[in-house]
Design a protein around this ligand. Structure first.
Ligand SMILES: Cc1cc2nc3c(=O)[nH]c(=O)nc-3n(C[C@H](O)[C@H](O)[C@H](O)COP(=O)(O)OP(=O)(O)OC[C@H]3O[C@@H](n4cnc5c(N)ncnc54)[C@H](O)[C@@H]3O)c2cc1C
Length: 320
């Protein structure tokens, strides 16, 4: 069996940026993701002619290392500024909020085009074979690698590592295990006309269960069909985790009623088991030099896309 130099688990922003840095430096890298699509929590779904961002809504940039990539994506026409001023942004300049031109997955598709990415490959078992990592996937494939970078939400990565029986984190283990994530619930809603939301079509709310309402048509990603994204808070997601869509989705639509001018045609819900880490760690990644193991993602970089991106870039820099 062929041995890969670097194996990255996760084709979200942290895994793909880590892999891109390695690949651009001439290193061999393979990425595995359990999803059919790319981008992890930067997710876009098609629904009856609509395109709906149902995970992360936009991203901001503060750090020059991430800005370098953002400038490249702007030049390539992959992303654009959605808006820069909002009610909660008091700065006179505003802070650009970027989104994919046709959806938040655009960035992942762009990055993955130059990489070896295997989709629909869920890693179900990890093991060490002398000084190599062996990853088995649910399709029965086996990948053997010198270096392993894991970028799933941290509790999921730790579950896989725990099953190896390895002492992979020594005295840092309890700190890694202390990171928890909130659950989330999104309602994807088709309307029979314009939503009636004010420009720019994205609104942070604190109304009953809702935290966010967005109009994907005003955002520019669903030109043909009027479609909303509603996000509920963690408490509502927890309470209604197993409720039928007809119940939980309807409650979310009812809470948004005052904002919406058109009628609802249909809706569905998406459960997010991991939205954001409640207590991210201060370090930008975890590394076990002896085991050639790295952990990266928003548990390290901070609870947003830029944090994840920086974590993936920092992990790659360490490997290089
Ligand atoms: C509803 C919601 C709204 C959000 N809104 C915003 C926002 O507006 N702005 C912002 O900056 N951030 C937002 N975030 C947070 C942001 O999406 C994340 O911080 C960031 O995308 C995380 O990237 P990541 O690469 O670390 O992880 P992920 O995107 O979760 O990527 C990890 C990948 O690992 C894969 N994976 C997991 N386990 C396995 C396995 N066993 N085998 C193979 N593959 C596996 C997953 O399929 C996934 O693709 C939001 C998140 C959610 C859920």
């Amino acid at each position: 069996m062929e041995t890969i130099e670097n194996l990255v688990i996760g084709a979200g922003i942290s895994g793909l940026l880590c892999a891109s840095e390695l690949s651009r430096a001439g290193r061999e890298v393979v990425v595995l993701d359990k999803g059919r699509g790319l981008g992890g929590r930067m997710a876009t779904r098609r629904m009856a002619g609509a395109r709906i961002d149902h995970g992360a809504q936009f991203f901001t940039v503060r750090d020059a290392r991430f800005q370098k990539y953002v400038d490249e994506w702007l030049d390539a026409g992959i992303i654009r500024e959605w808006f820069s001023h909002s009610a909660e942004d008091s700065s006179s300049e505003g802070h650009p909020r970027y989104c994919g031109v046709t959806g938040m997955t655009d960035v992942a598709k762009y990055l993955a085009a130059d990489l070896k990415v295997h989709r629909s490959e869920r890693v179900v078992a990890l093991a060490r074979d002398i000084d190599l990592w062996v990853a088995k996937t649910d399709s029965g494939k086996v990948f053997t690698a010198k270096h392993l970078v894991m970028t799933a939400p941290l509790p999921q990565s730790l579950l896989l590592l725990d099953s190896t029986g390895l002492d992979y984190a020594a005295d840092q283990l309890s700190e890694l295990r202390s990171v928890t994530y909130e659950k989330g619930l999104a309602a994807l809603v088709l309307l029979d006309g314009p939503s009636g939301l004010d420009e720019p079509g994205g609104l942070k709310v604190d109304e009953g269960p809702l935290t966010w309402i967005a109009d994907n048509s005003m955002k520019g990603i669903s030109p043909d069909v009027s479609a909303l994204t509603l996000h509920a808070n963690a408490e509502f997601a927890e309470t209604h985790w197993d409720s039928p869509d007809g119940v939980r989705g309807q409650l979310m639509i009812d809470a948004a009623r005052n904002y919406i001018r058109s009628n609802v045609l249909e809706f569905s819900c998406h459960r997010w088991g991991f939205t954001l880490p409640v207590n991210p760690l201060q370090q930008s990644f975890f590394s076990n030099h002896h085991l050639k193991l790295m952990l990266a993602g928003d548990a390290f970089g901070g609870p947003r896309i830029e944090g994840s991106a920086l974590s993936g870039l920092a992990a790659a820099a360490r490997l290089l």
